[in-house]
Structure formats: structure tokens, C-alpha cells
Ligand binder design. Structure first.
Ligand code: NAP
Length: 297
């Protein structure tokens, strides 16, 4: 067991980075770095921070997450989502550190109608998904004690996300039109960070061997459409935040065109995570309740 490991968190100001800092606060010596001090598009900065801090665990919560903008900035998206994780994997291997990285449901094309398995063939529909897949593949190729957690529809009390956007729009509109033909699993940053901590504890304490490195799906359980998610948000917001709920009108994707194509069905099967680490995230509805409750604290 590594007592008080040094833990380097990159992307510290993002939704997940913020929650990872909270979940790992008592796990060891946490070194949190945001873009201002470590820019992932500069490999020299990445190598330097890993060598200077000599962490036992690297948590990479930084990513180029602007799915639509990535269509017109593929080089920058690739530098951050594919090249930077490769540098981190190399540095982790060199230092024999554990490396945790996150990927996305958008590596899949949405053509299935049952939850996607880790063994299903990826086929991204957009540049963001393509660059995230390239990041996964580079990490796998480099090897070492590297874990990739694919997650989906991340939201939480901080940052830019669907929950906060809906609450903002819903507070000054009586009606909202929301896409109803894309199905996925909303996953709270709180659940994601807590699950990451449980996985890290299992590996650092030797309960699960680091040889179980690989790609795992890590989302809240259950699924819904963006429209279903929006309705649940307003139901909870009415109850907890006393906010009058707007009418949510379901629309097809064709009525909400975006630069990036998105998969119609991107629910991930998370059984491997449970089998290997005994970790299961909460159902998306109760995770949403927790996240909204956090907004009033
Ligand atoms: N959000 C989702 O719906 C979703 C879905 C599936 C998978 N994921 C994956 O989950 C992980 C966490 O995502 P998230 O939702 O927490 O994303 P997020 O809130 O957008 O946070 C990403 C962080 O990365 C930082 N970043 C971007 N470019 C950088 C650069 N060049 N150098 C250093 N930092 C940089 C951002 O910094 P600034 O704050 O300065 O911009 C931001 O703090 C990512 O791997 C993402 O791909 C997310």
C-alpha cells in the first residue's frame, strides 16, 4: 500500500477536475494544475510537470471538450486529446506511475440499440470523438499502468454543462425545445470523481492489481434522452430550488442541426468496471438530485 501517494491532477478547473480535487483531498498529497500553469498543447510543459512533481498517480481531467468547435479546430483538439495523453502515458511509464485518463461515449457511432461494450468496435462520428479515440489508442500502445475511463454526458455543479445551461435558459423562457432522439447516460462529475477515487484506492492498496489496466466504461446507470434529462432537471429544480418549470418540447436532431454529428444511442455497459473494481455509479436520477442539492449548499 502506498501511504499518502503524490497525486497530480491536470485540468484542475474543469467539471471533473474540480470534483477530483474534492474526492482526493484526503487521499494523499494532491498537486492540482490548471491550464494557466500546464498547457496540454505544450508537451514540454507536460513532461516537466510530471518530472518535477514525481507523482504516484496522474489524473488527467483536461481535454478539448468543445464538440462542435472541434470540427473547425481539429489540430488543437488532436494536440490536447491525442498527443498530450500519449506524452502523459510515456511519462507515467517512465516513472512507473498509475495513469488515469478519461474518454467518451462519442467514440461510438450510435448504431447499436443495446449498451456498448468495451470490446465493441469504435467508429466516431465527429472530430472530438476521433481525437479522443486516438488518445485511447496511443495510451494503450504505450502500455504501463494506464486506465482509460470512458464516460458520457458529464454535468455537475461547476463549469459549462447541460444542467447549468438548462437552469439558465429555463429561468427566462416559458418553453424549451430539446432533442429527444439521442439516448445516453447523464453522468455527474461528483459520481465520476467518487468512482475514480474508489478505483484508485483499490489499486493503490493492492486489492485490484494494476495489471487490470485498460479501457473501462464509467457512467451513471440508466439512460434517457436530452429531453428526458431536461424534464428531470426541471422537476428537481421546481422541488428543490422552487423554480417554475418551463414546458419542454421534444424535437428530433434534424430540427437542431450542429456542426458535429452525434450518436443516436451511446449508452455504455459498465459491468466490467463492477467486475474488476466492485464500483458502480448511482442511477442518473439520484445523481442528478445530489448535484442539484449541491447547488443550494
Ligand atoms: N463533458 C462531457 O459531457 C464529457 C462526456 C464524455 C467524456 N468526457 C470526458 O471527461 C473528461 C472531463 O471532462 P469535463 O466535462 O470535466 O471537461 P471540462 O469541464 O471541459 O474540463 C476540461 C478542462 O480541460 C482544460 N483544458 C482544455 N484545454 C487545455 C489545455 N490546452 N491545457 C490545459 N488544460 C486544458 C480546460 O481548461 P479551461 O477551464 O481553461 O478551459 C478545462 O478545465 C474529459 O476527458 C472529457 O473528454 C466529457
Amino acid at each position: 500500500m502506498t501511504l499518502a501517494p503524490r497525486i497530480l491532477i491536470l485540468g484542475a478547473n474543469g467539471q471533473l477536475g474540480t470534483e477530483l480535487q474534492r474526492s482526493f483531498a484526503d487521499a494523499g498529497e494532491v498537486i492540482a494544475r490548471a491550464r494557466e500553469t500546464v498547457d496540454l498543447s505544450h508537451p514540454d510543459q507536460l513532461r516537466a510537470v510530471v518530472r518535477q512533481t514525481a507523482p504516484q498517480l496522474i489524473l488527467n481531467a483536461a481535454a478539448y471538450t468543445a464538440v462542435d468547435r472541434a470540427e473547425s479546430e481539429p489540430d488543437l483538439a488532436r494536440a490536447i486529446n491525442a498527443h498530450a495523453p500519449a506524452v502523459l502515458a510515456e511519462e507515467a511509464l517512465r516513472a512507473n506511475a498509475l495513469f488515469f485518463h478519461y474518454s467518451t461515449d462519442y467514440v461510438f457511432d450510435g448504431s447499436k440499440t443495446t449498451p456498448w461494450l468495451e470490446t465493441d468496435a469504435p467508429h466516431p462520428l465527429n472530430i472530438y470523438g476521433q481525437t479522443k479515440l486516438e488518445g485511447e489508442q496511443a495510451i494503450q500502445q504505450i502500455g504501463g499502468r494506464a486506465f482509460v475511463f470512458r464516460t458520457s454526458w458529464v454535468y455537475g455543479p461547476h463549469g459549462k454543462n447541460f444542467l447549468l445551461t438548462m437552469l439558465r435558459l429555463g429561468s427566462d423562457r416559458k418553453q424549451l425545445r430539446v432533442v429527444d432522439d439521442q439516448i445516453g447516460s447523464p453522468t455527474s462529475s461528483i459520481q465520476l470523481a467518487e468512482a475514480t477515487r474508489r478505483v484508485a484506492d483499490r489499486i493503490l492498496s493492492g486489492v485490484t492489481p494494476a495489471e487490470s489496466a485498460g479501457v473501462y466504461h464509467m457512467t451513471c446507470s440508466g439512460s434517457t434522452s436530452w429531453c428526458g434529462f431536461a424534464r428531470a432537471i426541471f422537476q428537481q429544480a421546481e422541488r428543490v430550488l422552487h423554480m417554475p418549470a418551463p414546458e419542454v418540447i421534444p424535437i428530433p436532431t434534424t430540427e437542431f442541426p450542429t456542426p458535429a454529428r452525434r450518436p443516436a444511442y451511446s449508452v455504455l455497459d459498465c459491468e466490467e468496471l463492477f467486475q474488476n473494481f466492485g464500483v458502480r455509479l448511482a442511477p442518473w436520477q439520484s445523481a442528478l438530485e445530489d448535484a442539484i442539492a449541491r447547488l443550494v449548499l
